[in-house]
Design a protein around this ligand. Structure first.
Ligand code: NAD
Ligand code: MN
Length: 345
């Protein structure tokens, strides 16, 4: 590649404040990556309110012609709005980005020291309750709402494979399967058994990887008490969503935790946090989750040198702590943190 075509979808709220920071970090890499070519794309709830659609075709078409993308965050209302559907949930399905990979790592106090938390949540990204097949009926005792929870062997197998592949590249090589098959023996049972069966399909490739499993409720409990027991956690969509926000609390802020939505042919970086309406418009959102998402995106594309440079600059700034946003107890603006990181890249 001589150029890297990157679609930028800031969308709503602080997404619009943090995506430019990720762009600045990528631009600072110079010749360590192919020359980035950014396209600004529209989507989101605010766009929906103006135009009546949340995800224009043009955005999807441009993404199909891009090498990768960065997504900010959307403000999805908690009440049903006719005609609206979350563009990020849609994009994951349309582009078949079946894995949401979320590394949660605390920065060690000393250079070379061991982080207290160093795990990856590997979240299935296309099914579970997020198929959004919901019905509302009137029963004899009032309203009755139902939702379909879809778990397929195919999706469980490919997310399991992703988890084992990631484990292979980590020192501890340990996978924990998160489920609730003591209650949901059919759906979670299928997820658990299918992931467990992945090594047998790969003929020795994952021999070094150890496997454990944990019920999702006690997994959250143990995550808070002894986070070091986890290395790679693989989970169905909803559990993975919840566990990764919980894990973010352990490292200080949602504003630090990056992710990528990965498929076999496309990758989209995205901070784990949402549009944060409580702080949007003030210029104080932490840009680090987005900057690290850009690094993670590069890593998935094979540009590890560029990714390392970004992560190293972020680690330094977090460790020193002199320039930090209010979520980490500081007084700095988004722009100041971004400038400090870019300077070090
Ligand atoms: P949120 O992640 O937006 O915010 C949770 C808390 O963390 C808030 O107090 C917020 O101020 C703080 N926070 C989050 N990111 C931060 C950052 N970068 N810097 C500093 N503080 C940060 O979750 P929420 O408040 O539950 O949801 C708000 C909206 O975001 C909702 O409409 C929701 O649907 C949407 N959302 C979107 C996504 C996505 O786009 N993938 C993910 C989660 C939530
Ligand atoms: Mn979430």
């Amino acid at each position: 590649r001589s150029k890297l075509k990157i679609g930028l979808i800031p969308a709503d709220g602080i997404g619009r404040e943090v995506i430019p920071a990720a762009q600045a970090a990528l631009e600072a890499l110079g010749s360590d990556i192919p020359k980035p070519e950014f396209t600004h794309l529209l989507a989101g709830f605010e766009y929906f309110q103006r135009k009546g659609e949340a995800l224009p075709d043009e955005t999807v078409e441009t993404l199909r012609e891009s090498d990768c993308a960065l997504f900010g965050a959307v403000s999805s209302p908690s009440k049903k709005v006719t005609g609206y559907s979350s563009p990020i949930v849609a994009l994951r399905k349309i582009l078949d980005l079946y894995a949401n990979v979320r590394p949660v790592v605390s920065v060690a106090d000393t250079p070379g020291g061991k982080p207290a938390v160093d795990l990856i949540v590997v979240r299935e990204n296309t099914e579970c309750l997020y198929v959004k097949q919901e019905t509302l009926e009137h029963g004899p005792h009032g309203k009755e709402a139902r939702a379909t929870r879809l778990i397929t062997e195919r999706a469980s197998r490919r997310i399991g494979r992703m988890a084992f592949e990631l484990a292979l590249n980590r020192p501890r090589k340990h996978v924990t399967i998160i489920h609730k098959s003591n209650v949901l023996s059919v759906t979670d049972g299928l997820f658990r058994e299918t992931v467990r069966a992945v090594p047998a399909l790969e003929d020795g490739r994952y021999d070094e990887v150890t496997i454990a499993e944990q019920l999702v409720d006690s997994a959250v409990y143990r995550l808070f008490r002894e986070p070091h027991i986890y290395d790679v956690m693989v989970a169905p969509n909803l559990y993975g969503d919840i566990i990764s926000d919980a894990a973010a609390a352990l490292v200080g802020s949602l504003g630090l935790v990056p992710s990528v939505n990965a498929g076999d042919t496309f990758v989209m970086g995205e901070p784990v946090h949402g549009s944060a309406p409580d702080i949007a418009g003030q210029g104080i959102a932490n840009p680090i989750a987005s900057i690290r998402s850009a690094a993670l995106m590069l890593r998935h594309l094979g540009y590890s040198k560029g990714a390392d440079r970004i992560d190293k600059a972020v680690d330094e700034v977090v460790r020193e702590g002199t320039v930090s946003t209010p979520d980490l107890g500081g007084k700095s603006k988004t722009q100041e943190v971004t400038d400090e990181i870019v300077k070090r890249i």
